[in-house]
Design a protein around this ligand. Structure first.
Ligand code: ADP
Ligand code: AMP
Length: 213
């Protein structure tokens, strides 16, 4: 199964991707996670990406597309993958289509997680991440055992001004890819509000429907 998750920042893509990839037995490929690992590691890619991430802007396509092409060329992605956070504009969606076509493959499904803006802001503002495990919590919706633990941090781009810009970037640059996948008959939309488990159930049902077609 070759699958992409689409949805605004804070829609729960990372949360769902973890479980869905596991159920499908495919690697979860999160461009945000790869960029953050490079920022932490101080690599040239991380240094390049950081200024865009800090502002809530997209990292340039040239850098991002090359990084994704390298990742998709790895052995574990040959039988399928779940992309989280990519593509994020029409150019990236077209590059992905071409990349897969060159390998004789095609995307099976683009799953859109829909959540209203005010809910997204609440989710992003309360998001906390464990330094040691990478697990993502929410102060209210999925509280960590000790909210004051020094192991927890808040992503630097989860600040109000940056959140505002990320939502603007989503509306202006990322939303058009929904039309791209709709035109290909690959888009399935699910309601991403409610318990994490209920959202996963809806996602898995949509994926099963598509596999059965
Ligand atoms: P994304 O990867 O789309 O940016 P995340 O998966 O990191 O989003 O989720 C954003 C925040 O919302 C996290 O703090 C997460 O714990 C929380 N969250 C995820 N799914 C739900 C849900 N169904 N209901 C409430 N909060 C959620
Ligand atoms: P995310 O973890 O998906 O919220 O991504 C965090 C940040 O990483 C984004 O705000 C961008 O700056 C950058 N990023 C992640 N994925 C992409 C992408 N596909 N294209 C450009 N920038 C990206």
């Amino acid at each position: 199964m070759r699958l992409v998750l689409v949805g605004p920042p804070g829609a729960g893509k990372g949360t769902q991707a973890e479980v869905i990839a596991d159920e499908l037995g495919v690697p979860k490929i999160s461009t945000g996670d790869i960029f953050r690992a490079n920022v932490s590691g101080g690599t040239p890619l991380g240094l390049e990406a950081k200024r865009y991430m800090d502002a809530g802007d997209l990292v340039p396509d040239e850098v991002t597309n090359r990084m994704v092409a390298d990742r998709l060329a790895q052995d574990d992605a040959q039988g399928g993958f779940l992309l989280d956070g990519y593509p994020r504009n029409t150019e990236q969606a077209e590059v992905l289509d071409r990349l897969l076509a060159e390998q004789g493959h095609a995307l099976d499904l683009a799953l859109e997680l829909t959540v209203a803006d005010d809910e997204v802001v609440r989710r992003l503002s309360g998001r906390r991440v464990s330094k040691s495990t990478g697990k993502v919590y929410h102060l209210e919706f999925d509280p960590p055992e000790d909210p004051e633990s020094p192991d927890l941090y808040q992503r630097s781009d989860d600040q109000p001004e940056t959140i505002k810009n990320r939502l603007k970037v989503y509306a202006e640059q990322t939303e058009p890819i929904i039309g791209h996948y709709e035109a290909q008959g690959k888009l399935v939309r699910i309601d991403a509000v409610g318990e994490v488990g209920s959202v996963t159930d809806r996602a898995m049902a949509a994926i099963r429907d598509r596999t059965a077609e």
